[in-house]
Design a protein around this ligand. Structure first.
Ligand SMILES: CC(C)(COP(=O)(O)OP(=O)(O)OC[C@H]1O[C@@H](n2cnc3c(N)ncnc32)[C@H](O)[C@@H]1OP(=O)(O)O)[C@@H](O)C(=O)NCCC(=O)NCCS
Length: 152
């Protein structure tokens, strides 16, 4: 699958809305994506021919943070998120990647665990849910450098 940089804010906003609708999380607007993409250290990647999903990252001195990763429902479980993660690792060459994921987001947690991320922290009651509920955010991290222990 050919994956490359994507700069169309409307496409990203639409995909984000579709991907997160089931999770009842707020969709990021076209304007928000435009503002993000205008920053030099923000990178977005998607399949070139059929952008059914994308990954958005911010490069920082010590590595890169995955700001969001979204695959539209009809394209799931076909390896697209795995391919987007692999492409981002290669394209950015970051020594470390990290992200935040809601504790109740089983698909995303399974994806990250299967791709070498480990839990390094937790923000209590970080994500608000309907009915005055709140869910913890898990901080996950993957060291790209070989020889580093994954155990904690
Ligand atoms: C999480 C998400 C990006 C996964 O995308 P995807 O393209 O379906 O994932 P992949 O097909 O690349 O899955 C790779 C591996 O991740 C794990 N995985 C992915 N979805 C899973 C699910 N629903 N249940 C269990 N494991 C899952 C599996 O190990 C899978 O490998 P397998 O299919 O060989 O078993 C997608 O479900 C999504 O967009 N969800 C809504 C948005 C979201 O939660 N984004 C992450 C925010 S941190």
């Amino acid at each position: 699958m050919d994956i490359g940089a994507i700069t169309q804010a409307p496409v990203l906003a639409q995909l984000h809305g579709q991907a997160f609708a089931m999770r009842a999380e707020r969709a990021w607007s076209r304007q928000e994506f435009e503002a993000l993409l205008a920053q030099k250290n923000i990178h977005a990647f998607a399949p070139v021919l059929k952008p059914d999903g994308f990954i958005l990252l911010q490069s920082l001195p010590d590595g890169a943070e995955i700001l969001t990763l979204a695959v539209q429902p009809a394209a799931r479980r076909q390896g697209l998120a795995r391919a987007l993660l692999a492409h981002a690792f290669d394209a950015l060459g970051a020594p470390k990647l990290w992200l935040e994921v809601a504790q109740d987001n089983a698909p995303a947690r399974a994806l990250y665990a299967a791709n070498g991320f480990r839990i390094t922290g937790r923000r209590s009651k970080y994500y608000k849910r309907a009915g005055n509920l709140a869910v913890d955010a898990l901080l996950m991290e993957r060291d790209i450098q070989e020889g580093k222990s994954d155990e904690h």
